[in-house]
Design a protein around this ligand. Structure first.
Ligand code: HEC
Ligand code: HEC
Length: 270
C-alpha cells in the first residue's frame, strides 16, 4: 500500500490529536499526582519548625506513651505528638513507632537509657541537621539532658495518675539503662523485672520528656545555656585521655567513675 506523505501526515495528525487529548488528560492527571506526591514525599531538611510546648503535658503524654510503646517511644511521641497538633506537617509524617526499638536500653539490651534515645531523637529533629553548626547546637542540648539525667535524683516528676503512689529516687551517674536500673534496684530494693521498676521507668520517661521540652523551649527563646557540666574529676580524666590530650586513647562526655576506679581500685601510678 502506498500512502502519500500528505495522507501519512494527516494520519499522524489524527493520531497525535487523539493521543494529544488522551495524553493531555493523562498528563494533567500525572501532574496532579506528581504534585501530591511531591507534597507527601518532599520532607523539609532538618531542623523542622518548633513551637514552644507544654512540659507538663509532655510529661503526662510520656507516661501514657510508656505504657503503649515503652520509654524511648514515650519521650519521642510526647514531643512529636504535641508538634503534630501544634505545627502539623511535616510532623504528621513521622513514624514515631520507630522509636519503640529504644525500649529497655535499645531492644532490651540495657545499653543507652531508652528515654534518652527518644529525647536525643526529638531534639535532633527540631534543632539538628546535616549542617555541622546545627549539629553542634543540637548536641549541646542533648548533652545537657544526658548530664542532667546522670547527676539528678530521678524521677523528679510524679505523673497525675501513677500506677504506684510512691517511687524511690536514685542518681544513676550513668546514661546506661543497665546502670540506671541497677542503682535504682539497690536503693528501692525492688527487682529489675518488677512492676514497680517498670513504673519507675514510666516516671523516668515523664521526667525526661518534661526536661527535654523545657530545654527545647529555651532553645526556641534563644536562651538555652548548658546547666549541667561534667564533674571536675571526669574532666580531669579527659584532660589526659580524651581529644587533644597526650594519650587520646578514649572519648566520652560522661561520668568515668561509674565504670573505672571504684574506691577499691586505684588509677595506676602516673
Ligand atoms: C595526668 C594524666 C592522667 C589523668 C588525670 C588520668 N589518667 Fe588514666 N592514665 C594515664 C596514664 C599515663 C596511664 C597509663 C597509660 C599506659 O600505661 O599506657 C593511664 C591509664 C589509665 C587506664 C588504664 C588502666 C590500666 O589498668 O592499665 C584507665 C582505664 C584510665 N587511665 C582511666 C582514667 C580515668 C577514669 C581517670 C580519671 C578518674 C584518669 N585515667 C585520669 C594518665 C592519666
Ligand atoms: C560504661 C562504663 C564505662 C564508662 C562510663 C567509661 N569507661 Fe572507659 N572503659 C570501659 C571499658 C569496659 C573499657 C575497656 C577496658 C579493657 O578492655 O580493659 C574502657 C577503656 C578505657 C580506657 C583504656 C584503658 C586501657 O587499658 O588502655 C581508658 C583510658 C578509659 N576507658 C577512660 C575512660 C574515661 C576518661 C571515661 C570518662 C570520660 C571512661 N573511660 C568512661 C568502660 C567505661
Amino acid at each position: 500500500m502506498k500512502v502519500s506523505r500528505r495522507e501519512l501526515l494527516k494520519g499522524v495528525g489524527a493520531l497525535t490529536v487523539g493521543a494529544g487529548l488522551g495524553g493531555f488528560s493523562l498528563a494533567v492527571a500525572n501532574g496532579v499526582m506528581a504534585q501530591d506526591e511531591k507534597k507527601v514525599q518532599t520532607l523539609p531538611d532538618l531542623p523542622w519548625p518548633y513551637k514552644k510546648l507544654d512540659p507538663v503535658l509532655a510529661a503526662e503524654d510520656g507516661y501514657a506513651g510508656y505504657y503503649k510503646g515503652a520509654c524511648s517511644y514515650g519521650v519521642f511521641e510526647s514531643i512529636v505528638g504535641q508538634l503534630r497538633k501544634e505545627v502539623g506537617f511535616p510532623y504528621t509524617m513521622v513514624p514515631t513507632t520507630l522509636l519503640v526499638v529504644g525500649q529497655g536500653g535499645m531492644a532490651d539490651t540495657a545499653s543507652l537509657c531508652g528515654a534518652l534515645t527518644g529525647a536525643a531523637s526529638a531534639i535532633f529533629l527540631v534543632a539538628g541537621g546535616l549542617d555541622p553548626k546545627k549539629r553542634e547546637v543540637a548536641y549541646k542540648i542533648i548533652q545537657e539532658v544526658f548530664l542532667w539525667y546522670e547527676q539528678t535524683a530521678l524521677p523528679d516528676y510524679k505523673p497525675n495518675k501513677p500506677r504506684f503512689e510512691s517511687i524511690a529516687k536514685s542518681v544513676s551517674n550513668s546514661t546506661l539503662c543497665h546502670v540506671s536500673i541497677s542503682r535504682w534496684c539497690k536503693v528501692s530494693k525492688f527487682k529489675a523485672f518488677s512492676k514497680e521498676r517498670s513504673d519507675r521507668c514510666g516516671w523516668i520517661t515523664a521526667a525526661v520528656a518534661k526536661y527535654t521540652v523545657e530545654m527545647l523551649n529555651k532553645h526556641a527563646d534563644t536562651t538555652f545555656k548548658t546547666i549541667h557540666t561534667l564533674s571536675p574529676e571526669s574532666q580531669k580524666c579527659r584532660s589526659c585521655h580524651d581529644r587533644g590530650s597526650v594519650l587520646e586513647n578514649t572519648r566520652g562526655i560522661m561520668d568515668c567513675g561509674g565504670c573505672h576506679f571504684s574506691p577499691k581500685k586505684e588509677h595506676p601510678k602516673i
